[in-house]
Design a protein around this ligand. Sequence first.
Ligand SMILES: [Ca+2]
Length: 172
Amino acid sequence: MAAAGLVLVRLLVLAAVVSTLTALNDPTCECPDGFKLCAGHCLRRLDRALTYDEARIMCAGLGAHLAVPRTEAENQCADSAAAGQLVWLGVTEVPGDEGHYVGADACGDVPVGQFWASGQPENYGPRGEDRVVMVPHDSGTVHAVGWHDNPAEQEWHPLCQRSLFYRPDCLN
Ligand SMILES: [Ca+2]
């Protein structure tokens, strides 16, 4: 009787292992509808120009946040996903701490430098600028390519970003 019980336990364990492996083989290495995978993140540029807060809320409604490129590859992905439009990034200045930027991805500080357009951020105007917009290489505008600080009331297209649930086999 004890032996039969042991066999049953082993069968149950085996069934659990098989079911786990089956789940891992599900073809779910895809971003949600409308999002495109690039450098390990899902990106989606929305079709309407909105204020920063409106853009942030629209992305949140999609289970995403405004994009925060942190590597050259991620910045190139954002530039491509922008598809010629100026896009809000999830990069904001800490209130009362001029020049100190943090990311909406909850990964902390975003340094000034690398991806910024020449002369930016410059906190232009009497009210200053504490949000960040990306000018892609193909914007067709006079604005220099790269990141610019901008006031939150400006209207630009939201660039939303979600993480792909971590699975090593999904990263290629
Ligand atoms: Ca500026």
